[in-house]
Unconditional design. Sequence first.
Length: 342
Amino acid sequence: MNRTEIATLGEFGLIEHLTKQITPTQPTTKKGIGDDAAVLDSGGKLILVTTDLLLEGIHFDLTYVPMKHLGYKAAVVNFSDIYAMNGKPQQITVSLGISKRFSVEDLEAFYEGLSLACEVYGVDIVGGDTSASLTGLTISITCIGYADETEIVYRNGARDTDLICVSGDLGAAYMGLQLLEREKIVFRESGTAEPDFAGKEYLLERQLKPEARKDIVKLLSENGIMPTSMIDVSDGLSSDLMHICKQSNVGCVIYEDRIPIDYQTAIMAEAFNMNVITAALNGGEDYELLFTVPLEMHEKVLMIPGIHLIGHITSAEKGCNLMTRDGVEMPLRAQGWNPIAQ
């Protein structure tokens, strides 16, 4: 019998391979696998359902991630998926696999962060499960949100000539991770070294305590802008934009000089001798909103603070491309983080 290593497919290739024969049969299933959240028809507002699995040693390192921050982040990354569908998160369930090295106080700190996130975003914790674990801490959160049928934005709606927009800035979370990893190595080698985080607070916040862009969803609605497609930037700008293009059967061009990068991100990339554009394209965990709007929305979208126009949609045969500062068009590659290959 042939054996195929999982890493050869990658995370999204594996999902596609395992689910390609799955066809929803229930009339209440409006959208199944393939977007930021599933969409279910309750006979009134549509229900959005998303779930995330976080594993110690794969998705987080408790050497430098405080339990309270972990709880906050675990909730927010789920909220972000609902906002990426233009919906509103309202409930979560929380399941934990816990090893013996964790105390009640550790879990209290985790729930303190979790509860704070729910308070900030107006979400209820409505259930979950716990189990013993032999491999550290496992976190599984399911988030439920709601939206009117006319409000939901999928990944498959982008059309030729649409504008490509992104909120906030990119690459900061990845550079925050590099900083934390560097200081962990320094501490292990010296045993006493104090981490040097002065002037790098923004990078740490973006990695340890990200926020979902509820404000951008609200601003788009207030300004009468309905995106044609949308996704949150969790796996990297390149990977997530290519998800939109694949689902919409289109191509794209984005411009290097329009990719928004914070000053601290650029300085940190220079210190690590890294290309900051590479970090912005492939770093992931920014949880910004990446979306497309019709060309006629150009003036409207530029008036909204915190939104950046970075390119446009093309026909599928033109492929997905990056225009460099030198005017050279290069194929865009999905090089975001792949948990399956760890």
